[in-house]
Design a protein around this ligand. Structure first.
Ligand SMILES: Cc1ncc(COP(=O)(O)O)c(C=O)c1O
Length: 420
């Protein structure tokens, strides 16, 4: 078969680095590679497969729906999308919540951006500015990219416009100062995922909410990574004291099938009018059936409380590792979205070493390794991951153990993260 000889370089645009392993199947927290090796998956794609691989309830829901009806466009109705919208607003606690479905996290942010502009422009044609945070990540499409607080990712694609301002993510006063009557929205993640798994402080969240209230702007919380149980509540904002007007969802919602969503409440739910936004595939019955199965399972299996318990176990294990290894300084995060923090830019080397120990994690920052296991991970799997991580850290700490592809504590190799 010619396909067996093909490499990514032969057929794909060069947007990703070399893939170190090719996987052929998965079950629960485990992946199987082409050589039969089994890997403990503490990354879940990129915090996506929250119920683990090939979850039987999701698989059955997808198979049943695919056999019944796959696509109608949004010109016609289907039951799964209505059920999903209703489930989302119940889990959000928003009786007046209204959803729009799309296909990815970036698309969800783009939809929320158009909604925020419409909200602003109903009041004033100039009210189109957005205040977002340094190190925030909102996707790679042009609007979402502009919202993303990483100038290096902007540079190759400038000009992206002047409608978004970024302020430091730890400075409540900077938010208050940046928001004015031309602001239609403030944009943030309650835990900055791609920015290094950094929880925002309550002060920053409260300042964002107050600034929005003072200037009739929408508070948009990007829950693409933090939503659907990952932090141990349905949505990340529910672990804080602040309530948004709009949430963006994607990643964990359909356990790996492509889906994105926004849900708006109150005045935000009234901003779009007929024809303001549309998508061919968004809200399709198969992905919505998968998402309904995901939300059902999180509820029926008590996975929010389980996520909190497993998150605490993981955090305690990481703290113990920090006590034993000078390379590890501690951990941060919430629920089952955690970063193991390091004393230098060794994260790529640690992630490479972990992979050699058949543990999948990633370098979310030069000095931080991200762990995002399935919400239904078992205590034994958490302990197993911690022991593999300990071995990986020991490999990097020993002079002969450093990965040739990443930075070592003694060497000067450049630290590359996954380039999100
Ligand atoms: C918070 C957040 N928003 C948006 C995105 C973009 O999602 P997607 O890659 O599905 O476009 C991501 C992806 O990592 C994310 O973490």
């Amino acid at each position: 078969m010619i396909e067996d000889q093909l490499t990514e370089d032969d057929v794909l645009l060069p947007t990703y680095g070399p893939r170190p392993v090719t996987f052929t199947s998965g079950a629960g927290s485990w992946l199987t590679a082409t050589d039969g090796g089994r890997y403990l998956d503490f990354l879940c794609g990129l915090a996506v497969t929250g119920l683990g691989h090939a979850h039987p309830v999701v698989t059955q829901a997808v198979a049943d729906q695919a056999a019944r009806l796959t696509h109608t466009s949004n010109l016609f109705g289907t039951r799964p999308v209505l059920e999903l919208a209703d489930r989302l607003r119940r889990t959000l606690g928003w009786d007046d919540g209204r959803a729009f479905f799309c296909n990815s996290g970036a698309e969800a942010n783009e939809a929320a951006l158009k909604l925020a502009r419409r909200h602003g422009k109903h009041a004033d044609p100039q009210k189109v500015h957005v205040v977002a945070l340094d190190k925030g990540f909102h996707g790679r499409l042009m609007g979402a990219l502009k919202l993303t607080g990483n100038p290096a990712k902007h540079a190759p694609f400038e000009p992206l416009g002047t409608w978004a301002t970024h302020v430091p993510a730890d400075d409540p006063d900077a938010i208050a100062a940046a928001v004015d009557d031309r602001t239609c929205a403030v944009w943030l993640e309650v835990v900055q995922g791609e920015g290094g798994v950094r929880p925002l402080s309550e002060e920053v969240l409260a300042a964002a909410r107050a600034a929005c209230d003072d200037h009739d702007a929408l508070l948009v919380v990007d829950e693409v990574q933090t939503g659907v149980g990952r932090l141990g509540e349905w949505y990340g904002w529910q672990t804080t004291t602040v309530e948004p007007d709009v949430v963006c969802l994607a990643k964990g919602l359909a356990n790996g099938l492509p889906i994105g969503a926004i849900v708006a409440r109150g005045v935000a739910a009234k901003a779009f009018q007929l024809g303001d936004h549309a998508t061919t595939f968004g809200g399709g019955p198969v992905v919505c059936a998968a998402a309904n199965a995901v939300l059902d399972t999180i509820e029926s299996d008590g996975l929010l409380a389980h996520t909190r318990a497993m998150g605490s176990r993981l955090a305690a294990g990481l703290e113990a590792l920090a006590a034993d290894s000078p390379l590890v300084t501690g951990q941060r995060g919430r629920g089952l979205l955690r970063a193991m923090t390091l004393s230098g830019d060794f994260a790529p080397a640690v992630a490479d070493a972990a992979l050699r120990h058949h543990l999948v994690v990633n370098a979310v920052a030069p000095d931080a390794v991200r762990l995002a296991p399935p919400l239904n991970v078992t205590p034994d799997e958490v302990d197993e991951a911690l022991s593999r991580l300990r071995a990986a850290v020991a490999d990097v700490a020993s002079p002969t153990g450093a990965s040739p592809t990443g930075a070592s504590p003694t060497g000067a190799a450049p630290a590359e993260t996954d380039g999100r």
